[in-house]
Write a protein that binds this ligand. Structure first.
Ligand code: PLP
Length: 455
């Protein structure tokens, strides 16, 4: 066991030291990957060393490396070393956080971590939470708990709200005509005035407004909805405020992010993903709910076979705050990360991601081949190539990924096609941003001139 584990440690350390020298993303062909990884059910024992090497060489080589310093696509996953060690410990000890009786130690770690996150985000004492697999499940749980608490009602969101919210609403039984997707303002934010008008219109037609979903860092361009104004509106109209800060909310740990996120602490339910901008390996998301008891009210279950595993009022059975019964101990990695680096260093890492996007914006503004579409916001900047068609953007992004030098996203902001960098990896250098933009500019130009060479 020791020999195999040491081999594994060496393989992982090699990944950590070499990740930036390999491709930022590598996508395989299904047939080829199946040929190398598949086959009939193995009947006879194999050599774990050989098989681990296959996993490293084939499975783990063919993926997006969210921890690569030039991985700027979607939302990177620049996980920290301490986070990884915490995750290894959780797996190595097969830790479970379901009932208090069966996992009081790891459950306490989860309570501690949730309390740290609550305090860092400025939510009030008494706020409760749960760790999840990520933003999608946190959004679903938050909205399901809200509806369980408040009864059926209309939900208001914007055309920039993450798709997992609409999916979560659908999965929790919100009818299609109970979801109002409002046009975002010119800065791609949910407009409180539009929400207020829609609420009045719904009330006038005998409907029951219930929930506002605000975004604290849109995945498209980093836009933050006017959280304070939306919280005022919700207080006035007695609506539940759900804030999706899956990628953006951790920015509240640093000054620049905190300024952009004013009002986030007023959410009734708040989603953030430590596996995005709190430097955690996949997976760990988080849902915080202001009012104590709401999660248990929505999700508790005590069948006869769990009576022995049901704690008293001072104990927390985390299965009762979520839709998972068996749960891995996701808190250990966060706990170890905070204890190892301290929040000041984590906050500096987040601030660096914000500054890197501002650097990218300056580079783009100085270059006549580019036009900035949305300025750097919470580590995201979007831009177009002057004279390019939407197809050129997508083709250039795809060519860059195929080459592996870097990965960026092509998306659209309403009707406008854009390229997008998300710069939340603090290990990225300014030179790497400049070089990525240079490669992209060449690729767009080649596509515009009908050439399809590599970067
Ligand atoms: C704003 C926002 N909400 C929700 C999600 C979904 O999170 P996950 O992929 O962890 O389920 C994302 C993912 O990027 C996001 O950016």
């Amino acid at each position: 066991m020791r020999m195999l584990a040491h081999w594994l440690v060496d393989a992982v350390i090699a990944h950590w030291t070499e990740v930036g020298r390999g491709p930022a993303i590598l996508t395989g062909e299904r047939e080829d990957l199946l040929r190398r990884l598949g086959g009939p059910v193995p009947q006879e024992p194999g050599d774990p060393l050989v098989e681990m090497q296959v996993l490293v060489d084939v499975a783990l080589a063919h993926m997006q490396h969210g921890d690569h310093p030039r991985y700027f696509a979607r939302v990177p996953g620049p996980s920290s070393f301490a986070g990884m060690l915490g995750d290894w410990l959780a797996s190595g000890f097969n830790a479970i956080v379901s009932s208090w009786a069966g996992g009081s130690g790891p459950a306490t770690v989860e309570l501690v971590v949730l309390e740290w996150l609550r305090a860092l985000l400025g939510m009030p004492d008494g706020t409760e939470g749960v760790l999840t697999s990520g933003g999608s499940l946190s959004n679903l749980l938050g909205l399901a708990a809200a509806r369980n608490e408040r009864g059926p009602g209309i939900a208001y969101l914007s055309d920039q709200t993450h798709a997992s919210v609409a999916r979560g609403l659908r999965a929790t039984g919100f009818p299609a005509d109970g979801v109002r997707v409002l046009r975002s303002d010119p800065a791609f934010r949910l407009d409180p005035e539009l929400v207020a008008r829609a609420v009045v219109a719904d009330r006038d037609s005998g409907r029951h407004p219930g929930f506002v979903v605000a975004t604290a860092g849109s995945v498209n361009c980093g836009a933050v909805d006017p959280l304070d104004e939306l919280a005022d509106l919700c207080a006035r109209e007695d609506l539940w405020l759900h804030v999706d800060g899956a990628y953006g909310a951790p920015a509240a740990l640093c000054d620049a992010g905190r300024r952009a996120l004013t009002g986030i602490e007023r959410a009734d339910s708040l989603v953030l993903d430590p596996h995005k901008w709190l430097f955690q390996p996949y997976d760990v998301g988080c849902l915080l709910v202001r009012r104590p008891g709401v999660l248990e009210h929505g999700f508790s279950m005590t069948p006869e076979y769990l009576v022995d595993a049901t704690g008293d009022a001072s104990e927390v059975d985390f299965r009762d705050r979520t839709l998972e019964l068996t749960r891995r101990a996701r808190a250990l990695k966060l706990w170890l990360t905070f204890r190892t680096y301290g929040s000041a260093r984590i906050s500096a890492g987040i601030a660096r991601g914000i500054a890197l996007a501002e650097h990218a914006q300056h580079v783009l503004e100085r270059d006549p081949r580019w036009r900035v579409v949305t300025p750097a916001q919470l580590g995201i900047v979007t831009f177009t190539a002057v004279g390019a068609t939407p197809g050129h953007h997508a083709a250039a992004a795809a060519a860059l990924s195929r080459d592996g030098y870097a990965a960026v996203t092509s998306t659209s902001l309403r009707d406008q096609s854009v390229l997008r960098l998300c710069t939340i990896n603090p290990l990225t250098t300014e030179d790497e941003i400049t070089a990525t933009l240079e490669s992209l500019a060449r690729l767009v130009r080649d596509r515009a001139h009908g050439r399809t060479s590599g970067p």
